[in-house]
Write a protein that binds this ligand. Structure first.
Ligand code: ACO
Length: 378
């Protein structure tokens, strides 16, 4: 009997219904809760977008104020997490540090906080992830972490806690836009992971910890760090961007930041990120990253018909803002936690265990008998 047909990598499988995000991969459109991503990026701060993802509506003025106060109140980390960040060592991989720190958080919640409703827990986690990332960046540079401010946006606080000086309006605005662009993207690998874990009715932190593990991989969120390493490699050798890419393709290497399971055209987030990079480049009188990126994009489109995804231009935007390459994926998580938790809330609202099956294609009819010696004490 032949095995039933499988959808390799679950391509094309509609696993569930969701009201959070819609993507048209042919037209290149991305919509959160009915709002086009370009509209949200131009007109809403990240916090309002997170609220939209969690609740389905943009916040009223009062809701926005309350959300910002809740975020400010929860940015401080439990001392045990700071102790872990101080001990973990400068060579630790930042996504592994973030994953471990997030899984530690509920161990040190005040007993009353453990009973908080899932939305409050989502807000608290969204407040704390930037503090974890910034504190680790300071520690590995031999510096003391900086306490979050009691005011200001997520973008403002994060850049302040990373660098020690409050960011200018332009840097804060660009970073805030990046957060909105990375907040949500349907049933991508890490969000599907979060929903699968949440569907067992375990806790929110377990779902987000697993999602961070999935995001870390270079085929998913880890691609933004890999893009910067590729640009640095190109900068340090004598080849033209075109020859560099064509040589890699000849060797059957994947070009990071290109291709997507859903998009068949340029990712709409890459369009906006390219504009941000262009604006940063104009401000600074040119950018080597932008010049290289444009030539790589032309080469990839002409030779492979592959287009940039969100990770391609975001890498150069973050690098231009002075952020180290291995912090790019944690920053992705800093924003995507809003999407992950929105999906966990939606999953719990109408839960069913997620449990697909595999088509068994292994051997059958075997017997231990003559081929194996039982070494257990008799
Ligand atoms: N560079 C070179 N070739 C590529 C690339 C790439 N970036 N992406 C796809 N291809 C080729 C594959 O080699 C394959 O060719 P083949 O059929 O001749 O073997 C074909 O396109 C299809 O590739 P798949 O891996 O089957 O496509 P899939 O939909 O599974 O992959 C993925 C999507 C993983 C994003 C892929 O495009 C990739 O590896 N890109 C680079 C990594 C990356 O940028 N990831 C970030 C994605 S966005 C995000 O997760 C936030």
């Amino acid at each position: 009997m032949s095995a039933p047909k499988t959808a390799r990598g679950l391509e094309g499988v509609i696993a569930l219904e969701s009201k959070i995000c819609s993507i048209d991969g042919t037209a290149g459109s991305l919509v959160y809760r009915g709002y086009d991503i370009a509209d949200l990026a131009a007109n809403c701060p990240f916090e309002d977008v997170a609220w939209l993802l969690w609740t389905g509506e943009l916040p009223s003025g009062a809701e926005s104020e309350r959300l910002n106060s809740q975020l400010a109140a929860h940015r401080v980390l439990p001392p045990a997490v700071h102790e872990f960040l101080a001990r973990v060592g400068e060579h630790a991989e930042p996504m592994s540090v973030l994953r471990t720190a997030v899984s530690m958080l509920p161990l040190y919640d005040h007993p009353l906080e453990s009973d908080d409703d899932p939305l409050t827990q989502s807000i608290r986690l969204t407040a704390r992830i930037p503090t974890i990332i910034a504190a680790f960046e300071r520690r590995r540079a031999g510096l003391m972490p900086i306490r979050p401010l009691t005011h200001g946006s997520t973008a403002h606080n994060f850049l302040y806690m990373m660098t020690g000086s409050e960011p200018g309006e332009a840097a804060e605005h660009i970073f805030d836009t990046c957060l909105t662009l990375h907040a949500e993207h349907g049933l991508n690998a890490s969000t599907f992971t979060a929903r699968t874990v949440a569907a067992t009715l375990t806790d929110l932190h377990s779902a987000v910890t697993a999602a961070i593990g999935a995001l870390k991989g270079p085929l998913h969120g880890g691609a933004n760090t890999a893009v910067m390493h590729m640009l640095q490699e190109l900068e340090s050798n004598q080849m033209s961007p075109q020859d560099f890419i064509l040589t890699k393709l000849e060797k059957k290497e994947r070009i990071m930041g290109f291709g997507h399971r859903v998009y068949r055209t340029i990712d709409p987030r890459a369009v906006i990120l390219k504009e941000l990079l262009q604006a940063l480049s104009d401000e600074q009188g040119g950018s080597v990253w932008l010049d290289m990126s444009m030539e790589i994009m032309e080469t990839m489109t002409a030779s492979k018909n592959l287009y940039p995804n969100v990770d391609f231009f975001s890498a150069s935007v973050y690098a231009t803002l002075g952020i180290p390459a291995d912090m790019f994926t944690p920053i992705f998580a800093l924003s995507r936690v809003s999407g992950w938790t929105a999906h966990v809330l939606e999953q719990w609202n109408d839960n069913r265990l997620i449990r697909p099956r595999a088509a068994y294609v292994g051997p059958s009819g075997r017997s231990v008998g003559s081929t194996h010696t039982d070494k257990r004490p008799s």
